[in-house]
Design a protein around this ligand. Structure first.
Ligand code: DX5
Ligand code: ZN
Length: 230
């Protein structure tokens, strides 16, 4: 993989942070050396869980020094995209299950028109990756979910790794993100397959020492052939 794959980025999922001390956990994750901060937005409709919305993203943006990587698990991503753009999302990733073959191109175009720096699309573990092919040229990031969207702390589903390999085989050279069940054991598999943005919630925030854990993730990523330089 090496030089053609974009740099490794560790994106701790704030879903596993202490919601009563979000600002402190942001600082803790940044001091520990994270690259991005992953923010999980859930609407209780597309997924059976409710988390946070754009006002919390805006509040995080006021304290964060690293880019906010916003993953929206919501039924109407285009409707709420202006709110997330204003809130300061650097990455905005919505689910292909919501927009389908008919509405995906328009959704990507709208998000770009809003000026969102990176537009991403996510697919759940039971969704094939091939239908994304017509959109790849316009996407900055593809998120291959390694658990079903909705909750932190689920077990990694290794079958999805083939989708990451497929993306790299087809020549997709932008960010490939994986999210769900990523820990010391599963992270090397993700990087070997070609993923470069690694989201991790419960394993990172549950570690005895966040900085040591992120350092360890980076070493594992490097050993697995990830690009940790540029
Ligand atoms: C799940 C979320 C994930 C979640 C990952 O719907 O998209 O970002 O926080 O958490 P862990 O790392 O605990 O599986
Ligand atoms: Zn997520």
């Amino acid at each position: 993989m090496g030089t053609r794959t974009p740099p490794i980025r560790i994106s701790p999922s704030l879903l596993s942070a202490d919601f009563a001390r979000l600002g402190e956990d942001v600082r803790r994750a940044e001091d520990a050396g994270c690259d991005w901060l992953h923010v999980d937005v859930m609407d209780g409709h597309f997924v059976p869980n409710l988390t946070i919305g754009a006002p919390v993203v805006a509040a995080l943006k006021r304290v964060a020094r690293v880019p906010l990587d916003v993953h929206v698990m919501i039924s109407e991503p285009v409707r709420y995209a202006p709110d997330f753009q204003r809130a300061g999302a650097h990455v905005l990733t919505f689910h292909y299950e919501v927009t389908g073959p008919e509405h995906t191109a328009a959704a990507i175009a709208r998000l770009k028109e809003l000026g969102i720096p990176k537009v991403g699309i996510a697919i759940n573990p039971d969704a094939p990756v091939e239908p994304l092919e017509p959109f790849l040229a316009d996407l900055d990031l593809v998120l291959v979910m390694s658990v079903f969207a909705g909750f932190g702390g689920q077990k990694f589903l290794p079958d999805v790794l083939e989708k990451v390999r497929w993306l790299r085989r087809t020549g997709f050279d932008r960010d490939v993100q994986m999210d769900g069940g990523i820990n010391r054991e599963t992270l090397p598999l993700c990087v070997e397959a070609g993923a470069n943005v690694l989201v991790s919630g419960s394993a990172l925030f549950g570690a005895p020492e966040l900085a040591a854990e992120i350092r360890h993730y980076r070493e594992l990523a490097q050993m697995a052939g990830g690009n940790i330089r540029s």
